[in-house]
Ligand binder design. Structure first.
Ligand code: TYM
Length: 332
């Protein structure tokens, strides 16, 4: 079985619709066909300041949402990144192999650092993509299911795998991004030129899966469209409507041409009203299932402990080979 690995940050509490459609949904599908490793990346979360109690609680909330979304601990390995110390250990090695200029070209870092200002930006945020490289290479992942915004980090991972392998001998599997074209980038409902993101200017364009369903329904109903009236997929000229069609199509399994047909001659309001209902039908059971997992933290923690144990077995082996290749004296 080919292997997949991916991670999600626990920082926001609730996942947003972009996280789900761009990544988590694919994680659920891939556990059927792949040897799948999925983690909550708390080490990445502390690249920006976190309240300790909130971080702990949000880490459980993230894991509960992954289970609610359909990850099955019998079919995949679900764990918390800090439970597997090898991530930080291989991260250091990768730091030493990455060029300063190379890391400086990461656009996500540049965007975040520009927003925060240099003095409030941690060195950890700068090396964030390098820890991600370690995450991926530790598990010898063939594919990494993510949204479009992670593509550059995976390209850097490939560069580093190649560099290490040519310098020290074949050690790491070459990973490839697994990015579905349709859902690679879900857009903000108020600003369809920007990706849906927790750091958006206005919360009105962001669907949080754990919000009251009626709040999300309202956001769908007030989504920005355009001054035309035709319901047609055209990402360039009709980004708002196209985004709604993408969301509708993925949540219901109805193809976009079918939806175009269904809404022929109808107004935007009809599409939005129906999509609001689809959204409520999706988030309501999702929230309930998440809450069920959160109501039983012992079971949740046991799932994560078992996941960490399985993950460590793989990670420790890769790290040992890496240390050996680097010429570290064994500890015996
Ligand atoms: P994070 O936590 O920001 O996001 C989790 C996943 O959601 C995807 N995503 C989107 N997809 C489509 N449209 C959107 N608007 C949208 N917003 C977010 C992201 O692409 C991501 O797949 N660096 C990663 C976490 C990470 C990781 C890894 C991923 C750490 N180590 C190893 C893969 C492999 C991140 O911050 O994701």
């Amino acid at each position: 079985r080919p292997r997949v690995l991916s991670g999600i940050q626990p920082t926001a509490g609730s996942f947003h619709l972009g996280n789900y459609l761009g990544a988590v949904r694919q994680w659920v599908a891939l556990q059927e066909s792949h040897d799948a490793f999925y983690m909550v990346v708390d080490l990445h979360a502390i690249t920006i300041p976190q309240d300790p109690a909130e971080l702990r609680s949000n880490t459980r909330i993230a894991a509960a949402q992954l289970l609610a979304a359909g990850l099955d601990p019998e079919r995949c390995t679900l764990f918390v990144q800090s439970h597997v110390p090898e991530h930080a250990q291989l991260g250091w090695v990768m730091n030493c192999l990455t060029g300063f200029g190379e890391a400086s070209r990461m656009t996500q870092f540049k965007d975040k650092a520009a927003k925060q200002g240099a003095d409030r930006t941690s060195v950890g945020l700068f090396t964030y993509p390098i820890l991600q490289i370690a995450d991926i290479l530790l598990y010898q992942a063939h594919q990494v299911p993510v949204g479009e915004d992670q593509r550059q980090h995976i390209e850097l991972t490939r560069d580093l795998a190649e560099r290490f392998n040519s310098r020290y001998g074949d050690t790491f599997t070459m990973p490839a991004p697994y990015i579905l074209k349709e859902t690679a980038k879900i857009y903000d409902l108020q600003d369809p030129s920007a990706k849906m993101s927790k750091s958006a200017a206005s919360p009105k364009g962001l669907i949080n899966l754990l919000d009251e369903p009626k709040v999300s329904a309202k956001k769908v109903k007030s989504a920005v469209t355009d001054t035309d009236t035709v319901i047609r997929y055209d990402a360039e000229n009709k980004p708002g409507v196209s985004n709604l069609l993408t969301i509708y199509s993925t949540l219901t399994g109805t193809s976009i041409p079918e939806l175009e047909q269904k809404y022929e001659g109808k107004m935007y309001g009809a599409l939005k009203t129906d999509l609001a209902e689809v959204m409520v039908d999706f988030v309501t059971p999702f929230r309930d299932r998440t809450q069920e997992y959160l109501d039983d933290p012992e079971t949740l923690d046991a799932i994560l402990a078992k996941g960490a144990e399985k993950a460590r077995a793989v990670a420790a082996e890769t790290l040992a080979t890496t240390y050996d290749r680097l010429g570290f004296l064994p500890a015996k």
